[in-house]
Design a protein around this ligand. Structure first.
Ligand SMILES: [Mn+2]
Length: 397
């Protein structure tokens, strides 16, 4: 085990090293069952007690909550659907879909990303064995549904997205955004920045592509979010960290912008050669240099195309899933994270929901590591959230 193992039990005495599995068996005993018992009671009340022949009296007639996994209404992990978004601040985490793919330049279909991710998320339990986390017991999660995007109009959709994300961010709920193509990276961050006041945010961007050109095909497409995001005073380009970049789909216009603005890039080979821990150090040093928080933008195509066929621009030679998940976990453990988006899942190109499942995994691992690092549930409103909104941060015509 390395010294910086993700899974080291902080309470361990270090005398007899336990395997991860041995520790996991012990950690489970420390988790409450309160949330589960409340869910069972609610199910029996709202869903009626089960038929007389059902021996397990926790089973209702109408499926309510987690079980069975194939039944029920598809919110993310069957979290409560929050119809009244004015109440979003009552939850620790808010899932919001951004079904927008008008920014795609090749394969479309990411407008179905939120649906695809929600559907396969029903597979998951809220408990993770090796992390010793049970999200149902440790945080409150809601799904606010989707932003009303305008097909065929990026700019109007961007305005809707910024307004929606700003609302969630200002409420104090931790925003998790289901894309959508990567053009949404600019308006999501713009929504966050509206409530940062004079505070600054570093961007940690997982991707095979740089996404830094000003325009593509004459518009602000999914190849362009970081050009515009780093024009905002709250999101300096020197704090943009780009992990996993490389291959045959990196536009030279974008490379020039990265060079001119001195963004911080690691290729897959860089990460493999230096090792995950050194890559995490690189990312944190730069993203946190003079900033107050970090925003994580996770393009699912940072992972090797063999694992994520359902995406807009698949590129072989990407990160292995366990490398990407380790990078993500170790970054979250040590950085104040203000929001997360997972983009570029395109269910029409997916195979057996594997790309959408990877997105689900990224989100669940992120939530678990926010809990393990004490960031969730929030004890108080983070000091970087500024109540007064700025209506416009950057003009573009
Ligand atoms: Mn990409």
């Amino acid at each position: 085990m390395t010294e910086d193992s993700l899974f080291q039990n902080p309470d361990g005495n270090g005398q007899v090293p336990l395997s991860q599995a041995q520790r996991a068996l012990e950690l489970e005993t420390q988790l409450p069952l309160t949330g589960w018992q409340q869910e069972v009671a609610r199910g029996l009340e709202y869903g009626l007690e089960g038929a007389e022949s059902i021996r397990d009296r926790r089973i209702p007639t109408f499926s309510r909550g987690e079980l069975p996994h194939y039944a029920g209404i598809n919110t993310f992990m069957k979290a409560p659907y929050l119809e009244d978004v004015r109440q979003v601040g009552n939850y620790d985490v808010a899932i919001v879909g951004v079904p927008h793919d008008s920014g795609t330049t090749y394969r479309p279909g990411t407008r179905f990303g939120p649906q695809g991710i929600r559907r396969i998320s029903a597979l998951y339990t809220p408990y993770n064995f090796e992390l010793g986390i049970d999200l149902r017991e440790q945080i409150t999660l809601c799904d606010v549904g989707d932003i009303f995007t305008i097909p065929g109009n990026n700019e109007k959709s961007f305005d809707q997205i910024s307004k929606g994300v700003a609302h969630i961010f200002d409420s104090g709920a931790f925003p998790i955004i289901l894309g959508g193509d990567h053009s949404i990276g600019f308006p999501t961050l713009r929504g966050v920045c509206r409530h940062l006041g004079d505070k600054k945010v570093g961007i940690i961007h997982f991707d095979r592509h740089v996404d830094t050109q000003e325009t593509d095909l004459d518009e602000r497409m999914h190849t362009c979010p970081w050009f515009h995001a780093t024009n905002m005073k709250n999101a300096p380009a020197k704090n943009l960290v780009q992990l996993g970049i490389g291959g045959w789909q990196v536009p030279r216009d974008g490379v020039k912008v990265c060079r001119d603005r001195a963004t911080n890039i690691l290729t897959v080979t860089d990460i493999v050669d230096m090792g995950i821990d050194a890559a995490v150090e690189f990312a944190l040093e730069r993203a946190l240099d003079g900033t107050d928080c970090v925003y994580i933008s996770f393009d699912i195509d940072c992972i090797d195309a063999g694992f994520v066929p359902g995406t807009g621009w698949p590129e072989p030679g990407g990160l292995l899933p366990r490398e990407a998940l380790a990078l993500l976990a170790k970054i979250i453990r040590r950085a104040p994270v203000c929001g997360l988006e997972v983009v570029e899942v395109s269910p029409p190109y997916d195979v057996s929901d594997m790309t959408a499942l990877m997105a689900t995994r990224v989100i669940c691992d992120a939530m678990a590591n926010l809990v393990l690092s004490g960031q969730l549930p929030r004890k108080e409103r983070p000091s970087y959230i500024h109540a007064q909104a700025e209506p416009e941060l950057v003009q573009w015509t």
